[in-house]
Design a protein around this ligand. Structure first.
Ligand SMILES: Nc1nc2c(c(=O)[nH]1)N[C@H]1C(S)=C(S)[C@@H](COP(=O)(O)OP(=O)(O)OC[C@H]3O[C@@H](n4cnc5c(N)ncnc54)[C@H](O)[C@@H]3O)O[C@H]1N2
Ligand code: MOO
Length: 397
């Protein structure tokens, strides 16, 4: 069986970068930049006052000096004269600092009367001026493949860009398979199971910037599987994900269905728990990922393989789950022949980040996964560990 790392590399190879599209800034949050954008002007575009007060010449900034107030500069209403010796201009935060002035005294530090001010307090060293271009200069770039954060959107707006060119959202079809399944809210027979996995995967995909679609459940017949695979393909899916039917049982029909559909298999089965029966392949530009049916297996494989595929489709470079180190709170026995991604809770302590694995690690148990905030990796044949030994964890939201 291949390793998780080998399988991740093979999965990424199956994915094509999506085309770009232009969206307005108001709709660009979390999208991945496809083309660089540049500042169309300096910010601030002029030397601006950082405070409400009086713009003066620094040479006049002497305590007890008396200066004539000759004009006013407000935000959006600058004054185009020049401040000369002995003069002051009433100025407000964000307003252009007039020529000749190189210092703003804050109004709390002056006494104003009869169009004159007296500098009543000692003059500090702060000029209270934001120089032109102090934040960014014209042509300042924002480069792809950046995932646009909310501050990025404000920055792009300040750079005077109304639209951005981003990667179109990869379309991901989610297909649950199995005669036992029905959708939540239905009226299950005693031997039925509610299809749950797609709801986690759907949410994870949306957060990652994909456009998921939950397709109808496919019954355990070749015809039903063929029909829903065709439906996914007709929808234009970039990635088709099946859930369940991946193992070796008589009703595990996904691998033959993918073969019939013309999918070239990249791998089937990996040295991992949970997730051993994972499979992947491609047909033309469409990638296929066959997830195991056990809910925890499907969701863990979603984090380790499906989300990286989505990020790759979006043109991102840093696509694998973020690994960090934590210290065990309790000893652990030696690991086994498959890499084990244990459900665990990490805490950020003052001294160190610590992690505690749950006792129950059954891949059917959603309550455990729901209480976990990370996966704790035990690599293949990992030696036994003591409390406080460092381990690799993958935070999951
Ligand atoms: N003889 C062997 N049996 C099994 C092996 C093996 O190597 N040899 N592997 C085991 C492992 S590991 C896993 S994981 C499971 C997964 O197999 P499948 O992908 O074929 O999954 P199913 O049999 O279809 O379902 C397993 C389990 O999960 C439930 N399920 C399926 N889909 C959903 C869904 N969308 N939402 C919620 N629950 C779902 C299903 O009802 C089953 O209970 O195989 C082991 N067996
Ligand atoms: O590998 Mo399976 O995913 O443990 O239950």
């Amino acid at each position: 069986m291949i390793t998780v790392e080998q399988a991740q590399a093979l999965c990424l190879d199956l994915v094509k970068t999506t085309p770009s599209e232009t969206v307005s800034l108001a709709n660009a949050q979390g999208r991945t930049l496809a083309e660089a954008l540049y500042a169309k002007r300096d910010q601030p575009p002029f030397s601006a006052s950082a405070m409400d007060g009086y713009a003066i010449r620094h040479a006049d900034a002497v305590q007890h000096a008396v200066l004539d107030v000759v004009a006013e500069s407000a935000a959006g209403h600058g004054w185009d004269g020049t401040v000369t010796a002995g003069q002051a201009v009433r100025i407000f935060t964000g307003a252009p600092v007039p020529d000749g002035a190189d210092c703003v005294v804050i109004q709390e530090n002056v006494t104003a009367a009869d169009a004159q001010i007296t500098l009543s307090e000692p003059i500090g060293t702060n000029m209270n001026i934001r120089p032109q271009g102090a934040d960014f200069k014209r042509e300042h770039p924002l480069d792809p493949p950046r995932v646009l954060s909310s501050p990025d959107l404000a920055l792009l707006a300040a750079m005077n860009n109304a639209n951005v060119t981003v990667r179109s959202k990869p379309k991901v079809a989610l297909i649950s398979t199995g005669d036992e399944l029905l959708m939540p809210g239905g009226d299950p027979a005693p031997d039925q199971i509610i299809a749950s996995n797609v709801f986690a995967l759907n949410a994870m995909l949306r957060d990652a910037g994909a456009e998921p679609s939950i397709l109808p459940i496919a019954l355990d017949t070749p015809e039903a599987l063929d029909a829903v695979l065709k439906q996914a393909s007709d929808w234009g899916a970039d990635i088709i994900v099946t859930i369940g039917g991946a193992s070796v049982g008589d009703h595990d029909l996904v691998a033959p269905a993918l073969d019939r559909f013309g999918v070239t298999r990249s791998f089937h089965k990996i040295a991992m728990r949970p997730g051993k029966p994972l499979m992947a392949g491609a047909k033309g530009t469409t990638a296929f990922l066959g997830l195991p049916g056990n809910p925890v297996s499907a969701i863990v494989c979603g984090h380790l393989f499906l989300l990286p595929m989505v990020r790759r489709a979006l043109g991102q470079t840093d696509v694998l789950p973020r690994a960090v180190t934590a210290r065990l709170t309790a000893p652990m026995p030696e690991g086994g022949p498959r890499a084990h991604y244990m459900r665990a809770v990490f805490e950020e302590g003052l001294e160190a980040r610590t992690v505690t694995a749950f006792d129950k690690q059954d891949s059917s148990m959603l309550t455990v996964l729901s209480n976990a905030n990370c996966l704790l990796l035990r690599p293949i044949d990992d030696p036994a560990k003591n409390a406080s030994d460092p381990v690799t964890i993958y935070p999951i939201a």
